[in-house]
Every structure is written in structure tokens, then in C-alpha cells.
Design a protein around this ligand. Structure first.
Ligand code: OOG
Ligand code: NI
Length: 457
């Protein structure tokens, strides 16, 4: 038998992310409006800020900007999560990071399926924040068992999707036509279903325990609950959202506005009330799906992240309940101690950078120099900030809560259980900090290797 020519997993991810965006625009028309607003603000930002435009162009960032988005889903059982891992692997998306949301009163823990290597990220960095419901945190044994029984009845994957995943695993990839079929079949898992699998009283009982539990348990599949394009100016998009007919979340999650963006800033428009048919022909509504935007900055080292977490935590008392402008001002004040200068972030080991020889560096005879800072000062090496590709648990909790009507159950807190999550997943999650550190170290090694070669020539 001839083996068909295989397309790359990057290509499949790119097709899938495009198909997912088209489906969500059709399902949630406000998302289309959001995409237009973000594209408009990105265009204006690039026109106004030529330094940023040149930098993005030089760092291969312009191409990826137009396709960049993440999505989020929530699943109910270990088997669903394990199968999703295999489904995402077909598209070169692997579990990175463990997020414990129980600390924020939400009964889930999560990972992000995303591409990990540089080439894959620059082709299309599509990521899916994926949460597993923690039924064990439901207090009532009767409700817990009822939820488990409902979940046991459903299969969120089509038979064809299962087949194509197995085929991809045995073949080491998919052909062009198989990839198209895979995208169509995989998309079915993420589609919205207007019909609930339960009657209204069951929905209401689960909803009363936590709205998220009803969202995960009562439907045939883990509908994609939001998609998030990347903006270059989140404050501007937030400002214009109301005029475009969206109700923005009160405040932007994450660090304050800065000259050197760090980590991730996020805001969303509130979830929509959607007509739902419950079993027994009862009509009702369900509120789950929303739109989000994000602005990404440099990835922080463990030291930088610890400083971020400490300042964010300390800011809480002074920022709580404030509206957008006042919130940003108080947050900026709280972050006054966080250096807002690339060179300082680098010298103090707070952020990750990628090092490259400049044209001058390639021409120079600098082989004996081993001090990176000296090489940078001499204009022989440049340091580029490495973009943060992951998520932030406190921000994620803020996004969850603004779309769950602020429900929070403190009884869930203190239950991080990474082992249980990994055992459900059927694999370990990759440590995100290790990925950035490896990329930085590899870039340094390349610089010194090239310099050494130049010197001995
Ligand atoms: C996920 C919320 C978290 C983010 O961007 O931090 C998230 C969810 O609501 O399922 O998407
Ligand atoms: Ni999100």
C-alpha cells in the first residue's frame, strides 16, 4: 500500500483555527464585531507606532498577528480530557502548564494545549485553555452521582474523529484530504447545542451548586465558550467596546498598561443569554459564551513571575471594586517597583530574551568575548523579548467569574491536584518556564558558537 503524502501538524492546526473562528462568528455574531474592532485598532496602532510595526515585522510577528487567537473549553470526565489530548496532538498542540482554579473558587483545573516550538508558534500559535470539572468538589453526594451518571451517557467525539485520530497516530500524520476531514469532524466536538441533555429541574439543581457545573454537565458537547484575538492596544479596544454594542467586563485582568508589556492582559465582553431547549419541551436560557481579547508581552522568569504575583496580590486591597480608569491607576501605582525598561528586565533576570548576533556581530572578530552584556553594548548582539504564550490563573479566574455572574465558592479552595489532572490527561504537562528557559539558553549557545567559529577562521 502506498503511504499518502502527509501534511504538517502546523498546517492542520492552521486550518482548524480558521474553521473554528468561522464557526464561532456564525454562532456568536458579536465575535465577528469584536474581530473587526481588534483589526481596526491593530491597524491604527501600527500606523501610529512605527517602532512597534518595524519590530513586529523584523521578529516575524506581523504574519502571526492576523491569525492569532486562543479558545477555551471545559470537559467533564478524565476520558474526555485524555481523548482531547490525542485530538490536539494531531494539530501539534501539547499540554503546557497546570492551572488550579479551585483557589479562585471555581471547581476546575486546567492546562493549555498549544504548539511548543518556535517555528510552530510563528506559523500559528492557536491555543485552547482546557478545564476539567472536578466533580469531587461537589458537596452533595446525590448531586455528584447524578452529574457523573449524566456525563457517562455522552460521547463528545464523532466516530469519524476517533478513527482519524487513531489513523494519524499510526500513520504519523494525515494526508491533505484526511486533514480536511479531521478538521470537519473535530469541529463537531466544539459546536454549540441548543438542546440540553437534561430537564430543567436537573439543570437548575446543578446550576445552584455552580453555574459552571451546569455548563459542563447538561449539554452534548464542550461548546467552545470563547475565542480571543490578540490586540496591540487592549485599553483602546476596551474603550470602544460599548460603542460597538458589546458590554465589556469592568476591568482589564493582568498587569497594568506599561511601556514594556509583560505577560498577558485580558478583557472580555459578557456572556450572552442563549435560548435553550430542555428535555420535556421546556424552554429556558443558558449563559456561557462570550468574546475576549488579549495583549501579550514578554515572558517572565521565575524571579520576575514571583515579583508579579507579589505585587498583584498586594494591589488587591487598593484595586478592589474600582472602575476601569481608577483600577488601572491604582494598579500602575502598585507596579511602580516592577522595572519598565527592557535592559533592566534583562539585567535583573526578570524576563526571558532571545539573543542573536547583529550584522555587525557576524562580521566582527569578537570570539573571545564571553560577556553577553558587553556584546550587547557593543552592538554585536541584540536581545529580543520572548513573547509569553501561556495564561495566568488569577486572570483566568477573573474571566471565569465575570462570565459566571461572580459566583465563587471559597470551599473549593486549597485543592490543587496536579497528579490527578495528569493522570486524567494520561500525560505530564510541560512546565512553561522550562520552555522559555530552554529557548533563551539555546539562543545564547548559538551566539557563542558562531562567535567562536568566527574567531578561529
Ligand atoms: C476559561 C477562562 C480562562 C483565559 O483566557 O484566561 C481563559 C473558561 O472560561 O473556560 O480563557
Ligand atoms: Ni480566554
Amino acid at each position: 500500500m502506498n503511504t499518502p503524502a502527509l501534511v504538517s501538524s502546523d498546517e492542520i492546526r492552521d486550518r482548524f483555527s480558521t474553521a473554528m473562528s468561522a464557526m464561532y462568528q456564525a454562532e456568536v455574531p458579536q465575535y465577528e464585531t469584536l474581530l473587526e474592532l481588534v483589526a481596526q485598532v491593530n491597524r491604527e496602532t501600527l500606523e501610529r507606532n512605527t517602532v512597534l510595526a518595524e519590530r513586529l515585522a523584523a521578529h516575524d510577528g506581523l504574519d502571526r498577528l492576523g491569525v492569532e487567537r486562543h479558545g477555551a473549553i471545559r470537559v467533564g470526565t478524565p476520558a474526555e480530557l485524555a481523548m482531547l489530548r490525542r485530538l490536539f496532538a494531531v494539530m501539534g498542540m501539547h499540554p503546557v502548564g497546570y492551572y488550579d482554579l479551585s483557589q479562585a473558587g471555581v471547581p476546575v483545573h486546567s492546562t493549555a494545549f498549544r504548539p511548543v516550538d518556535e517555528a510552530a508558534l510563528s506559523r500559528n500559535p492557536f491555543r485552547v485553555f482546557t478545564s476539567l470539572l472536578r466533580l469531587e468538589l461537589i458537596e452533595s453526594p446525590a448531586l455528584r452521582e447524578r452529574a457523573a451518571a449524566i456525563l457517562a451517557e455522552r460521547d463528545i467525539f464523532t466516530a469519524n474523529a476517533r478513527e482519524l485520530i487513531a489513523l494519524s497516530e499510526s500513520q504519523g500524520g494525515l494526508s491533505d484530504a484526511q486533514a480536511d476531514r479531521f478538521v470537519t469532524e473535530a469541529l463537531e466536538t466544539f459546536r454549540w447545542h441548543r438542546d440540553a441533555t437534561v430537564d430543567l429541574p436537573t439543570y437548575e439543581a446543578l446550576h445552584a451548586e455552580h453555574r459552571l457545573i451546569a455548563d459542563v454537565v447538561c449539554f452534548r458537547g464542550p461548546h467552545i465558550n470563547h475565542l480571543t484575538p490578540r490586540t496591540l492596544d487592549i485599553d483602546e479596544v476596551q474603550k470602544r467596546m460599548s460603542a460597538a454594542g458589546m458590554t465589556p467586563k469592568e476591568v482589564i485582568e493582568g498587569p497594568p498598561r506599561r511601556d514594556c508589556p509583560i505577560l498577558l492582559r485580558q478583557t472580555s465582553f459578557k456572556a450572552l443569554e442563549e435560548p435553550t431547549r430542555f428535555q420535556g419541551e421546556r424552554q429556558g436560557t443558558h449563559t456561557a459564551r462570550f468574546g475576549e481579547i488579549e495583549q501579550r508581552g514578554v515572558a517572565l522568569t521565575g524571579k520576575g513571575r514571583a515579583l508579579y504575583d507579589r505585587l498583584l496580590d498586594a494591589s488587591r486591597d487598593n484595586t478592589q471594586g474600582l472602575s476601569h480608569e481608577a483600577h488601572q491607576q491604582a494598579l500602575a501605582k502598585a507596579f511602580a517597583d516592577f522595572p519598565d525598561d527592557e535592559a533592566e528586565l534583562r539585567r535583573r533576570g526578570l524576563a526571558f530574551f532571545e539573543y542573536r548576533l547583529t550584522d555587525a556581530g557576524r562580521a566582527a572578530d569578537a570570539g573571545m568575548e564571553t560577556d553577553l552584556e558587553a556584546l550587547i553594548e557593543q552592538g554585536l548582539v541584540e536581545a529580543r523579548p520572548i513573547t509569553y504564550e501561556d495564561f495566568l490563573p488569577v486572570s483566568a479566574a477573573g474571566i471565569f467569574q465575570s462570565n459566571l455572574g461572580g459566583t465563587q465558592n471559597d470551599a473549593y479552595a486549597g485543592h490543587a491536584n496536579r497528579e490527578a489532572f495528569e493522570s486524567a490527561l494520561g500525560a505530564a504537562v510541560t512546565d512553561e518556564l522550562a520552555l522559555y528557559a530552554e529557548r533563551e539558553a539555546a539562543s545564547k549557545a548559538r551566539v557563542f558558537k558562531t562567535l567562536a567559529r568566527t574567531n578561529t577562521d
